[in-house]
Design a protein around this ligand. Structure first.
Ligand SMILES: *[C@@H]1O[C@H](CO)[C@@H](O)[C@H](O)[C@H]1NC(C)=O
Ligand SMILES: *[C@@H]1O[C@H](CO)[C@@H](O)[C@H](O)[C@H]1NC(C)=O
Ligand SMILES: *[C@@H]1O[C@H](CO)[C@@H](O)[C@H](O)[C@H]1NC(C)=O
Ligand SMILES: [Zn+2]
Length: 495
């Protein structure tokens, strides 16, 4: 999951507020009546009985899918495949040989595992190289600081920069510090964890905000609720109007210590050296394999997806090896069970998500011409593959009613929860923010950001039985949606 999502979310939120204002500013007398009507429409489903019965009719098939994956011949296979992938290729950073080798491996093995129309599609992605990175606190005492440069950061001059540190909790506090005090300093932002969406803006914007006042470097407290002194990386963006300065993440412990010291009036001096650099673009690939539908082939496709690329730390077992693997295995296991739905289920393992949803963006552009005919539903797992709870839905009220019926089939997995958050999966947001329906795997991911973008993202985060349940939910939901007699409802923009 990257920060691009947040921007889309913010944009959506603004649009939502604007719409609310416009519609409420209209005929004031009708507001109450209108509101009551809207609410009942949102909460009460009036699906045709035949459709409700049709969906309920999938219970035996869904039970069989769940049984085979959780307790039958596919038991443990998702975790085993993920372990093989991550043990063999390690982390899969955009524009590295290990990512491209992993893509070739997945492509070959998708073919071997019976997927159809297996191929890759080229993607042009930004090429950021993490170089040598070192930070030492040199005053008031010596300490080597574990750091991770943020994606797209430039480096320092050779030998690094030595500067005093200004530590603030947030952007508002930074506003109160006069420009002449910031000039030539390294600015450290130490925002408390307030959930990812809210806190990640410090990762995205720290360098630009600090540079605007003449800072020579920026540091952030890692974007995580929990730490054993591990830094967490992630993408950042330079605003177009600022001088680019190097930016890196400190551990929670070091960042908070420096904030305490700064507030006591102690002078903190840091020597920051980074040889990170941007190296133009490279060509990478989305990896695609299908279970072709009986009635529709490359129209009305149900996409199941996760991203195959990762950061260069850890092995990307959780972000997003798990999501990529359940998408591949869901299709593989359905095929092995001879379950072929009416619509094609297309597994897409996105590339370069971490650099700003690049693989999915390229895919959108390449498939835009016939997208209304080509796509029916978008699924994405990129917020963890812990114990599944249900599905987070993006779409309209009719779609919500259908998905709620589908989720009733997942009782034996205890994964029947439905929610409709404002932000769905990041890669599929290219479609869901334009009215295409989609779902993201809702799971017990309270610890997701403990490991996210850190060296802790290893296979040990993933549990064998839990991963089976995720694959089972993923395969069951994809199967039912792709086999329904009706197309999934959508509310496309007029453009
Ligand atoms: C994809 O990229 C590779 C490597 O850059 C290139 O050789 C190949 O022709 C490209 N394929 C397509 C269909 O553009
Ligand atoms: C549909 O798929 C077939 C076979 O893969 C291909 O030949 C055809 O060009 C595709 N049609 C579209 C509209 O993409
Ligand atoms: C099912 O999930 C709910 C909500 O997450 C949880 O409270 C409950 O303990 C779970 N039940 C079982 C049998 O796992
Ligand atoms: Zn991710």
């Amino acid at each position: 999951m990257s920060s691009r999502k947040v921007k889309i979310f913010v944009a959506e939120f603004l649009i939502f507020c604007l719409c609310l204002k416009l519609s409420f500013g209209g005929i004031i007398d009708n507001v109450v009546e209108q509101y009551a009507f809207d609410e009942s429409e949102e909460n009460v489903c009036n699906l045709p009985d035949t459709l409700v019965k049709e969906i309920a009719g999938y219970q035996n098939t869904v039970n069989r899918i769940i049984k085979e994956i959780v307790n039958g011949k596919f038991k443990g296979k998702t975790w085993d495949s993920l372990a093989t992938l991550t043990d063999t290729f390690g982390p899969r950073m955009t524009c590295t040989e290990s990512l491209e080798n992993a893509i070739d491996y997945v492509k070959e093995n998708m073919k071997r595992s019976g997927l159809e129309n297996v191929h890759t599609e080229n993607v042009t992605a930004p090429w950021w190289i993490r170089g040598y990175e070192n930070a030492d606190m040199v005053k008031p005492w010596k300490r080597n600081l574990p750091i991770l440069g943020l994606g797209s950061s430039i480096g320092t001059p050779r030998g690094g920069i030595i500067a005093d540190v200004i530590a603030v909790e947030n952007f508002d506090e930074f506003k109160t510090i006069p420009e002449d005090q910031v000039k030539g300093k390294i600015v450290l932002f130490v925002p408390p964890w307030e959930g990812y969406e809210k806190t990640v803006v410090y990762r995205s914007e720290a360098a630009s905000v600090a540079a605007r006042k003449g800072a020579v470097g920026a540091l952030i407290r890692s974007i995580t609720p929990f730490s054993i002194n591990s830094p967490h990386t992630g993408h950042q963006n330079y605003a177009s109007d600022v001088k680019r300065i190097p930016v890196a993440a400190l551990t929670v412990e070091d960042a908070q210590m420096m904030l305490r010291m700064y507030r006591r009036g102690q002078t903190i001096t840091v020597n920051l050296e980074m040889s990170d650099r941007n190296n133009g673009n490279c060509v990478t690939r989305n990896t695609i394999g299908e279970l072709e539908g009986t009635k529709y082939k490359n129209t009305s496709v149900v996409v199941v997806s996760g991203h195959l690329d990762s950061w260069d730390v850890g092995v990307g077992a959780m972000d997003d090896g798990g999501g990529a693997m359940i998408s591949w295995k869901a299709v593989e296991f359905l095929k092995a069970m001879n379950l072929r739905p009416k619509r094609t289920i297309r597994a897409i393992l996105w590339t370069s998500e971490e650099q700003g949803l690049i693989g999915a963006q390229n895919y959108l552009e390449d498939h835009k011409k016939n997208e209304k005919e080509e796509f029916n539903f978008f699924m994405e797992s990129d917020i963890g593959t812990f114990e599944p709870r249900g599905l987070d839905f993006s779409g309209n009220a009719d779609g919500a009613c259908i998905l709620k019926e589908v989720l009733k089939l997942m009782t034996s997995l205890n994964a029947t929860e439905f929610s409709q958050p404002t932000d769905g999966g990041p890669d599929i947001s290219w479609w869901t923010t334009r009215g295409y329906p989609g779902a993201s795997l809702m799971n017990k991911n309270e610890k997701y950001f403990w490991y996210h973008h850190s060296n802790g993202d290893r296979m040990e985060v993933e549990d064998k039985d839990t991963l089976d349940k995720c694959t089972a939910l993923w395969a069951s939901a994809a199967y039912v949606i792709s086999d329904l007699s009706v197309n999934f409802p959508r509310s496309l923009d007029s453009n």
